[in-house]
Ligand binder design. Structure first.
Ligand code: ATP
Length: 234
């Protein structure tokens, strides 16, 4: 299993009030798997994704990545896994405003210690931006791009290190239907290209039903898993 959560809890303190955002969730994501997570607003989906990606620390329980307990590692080791193995696509693109599209895409590579040469990496970033349909925006800054275009840059950025897993939190949140379909196509294309697992938080039921597996969150708990597509694939 690539990612395993074992009885994971995450609690936020607001004043003296404890909000149990994720309450004892256990799950496993296999390599190459496409998993969709659905549930009402506030049910804990984003928190669960942050836990899977080692961005949020569980108060209780363990998060394993390739059998390594993420929170037993040093900060550097955990960052290395995040940068090399995980591609994050969040609802707000969070691009660096002072870098153009190409430099934004290359950024995660700069934070990792791979040995590909810099000239190659810019060529690859360019190819990724072509793949997401932004060949004429290579040198555009984020404020010169539409929301959908920024999202596509963020997807290219998430792919630069050929991630073992892509964690996408409502990547199509505020996009029109056509752009939404494009973004999903890109994520699935990336999954095919790199053999990445794809974990997608979405409010789009149709899209969710195309996944191998559907997880339902309610009040911080996983209430059920829909496995019907899985048998079709195996
Ligand atoms: N940083 C935080 N501080 C305090 N409470 C938080 C924080 N982040 C999330 N929460 C609370 O934890 C609960 C779960 O939030 P989370 O964002 O994980 O839900 P969600 O299912 O992703 O919601 P949405 O679909 O609206 O994005 C909510 O009650 C939320 O208010």
């Amino acid at each position: 299993m690539m990612i395993q959560l074992k009885d994971v809890w995450r609690v936020y303190m607001v004043g003296d009030h404890a909000i149990e955002a994720v309450r004892g969730v256990s799950l496993a994501i296999a390599s190459g798997e496409f998993v969709a997570i659905v549930g009402h607003s506030g049910s804990g989906k984003s928190t669960l994704l942050s836990l899977m990606g080692g961005l949020a620390r569980p108060m209780r329980g363990a998060v394993l990545f390739d059998s390594a307990n993420l929170w037993a590692l040093s900060d550097d080791e955990r960052s290395e896994i995040r940068n090399k193995k995980i591609g994050f696509v969040f609802q707000f693109a969070s691009l660096i405003p002072t870098l153009d599209a190409l430099d934004n895409v290359v950024l995660p590579y700069m934070f990792s210690s791979w040995e590909r040469r810099k000239t190659d990496i810019y060529e690859e970033a360019r190819e990724l931006l072509v793949m997401v349909g932004l060949e004429d925006k290579l040198h555009a800054y984020p404020n010169e791009l539409s929301g959908g275009q920024q999202r596509r840059v963020a997807i290219a950025r998430a792919l630069i290190n050929h991630p073992a897993v892509i964690l996408a939190d409502e990547p199509t949140g505020d996009l029109d239907e056509e752009t939404e379909a494009d973004v999903i196509k890109l994520l699935l294309e990336a999954r095919r290209r790199y053999g990445s697992a794809l974990v997608l938080v979405t409010h789009n039921r149709n899209l969710a039903h195309t996944a191998d597996r559907l997880l339902h969150m309610k009040n911080g708990s996983l209430i059920y898993e829909d496995l019907r597509n899985r048998s079709a694939r195996n």
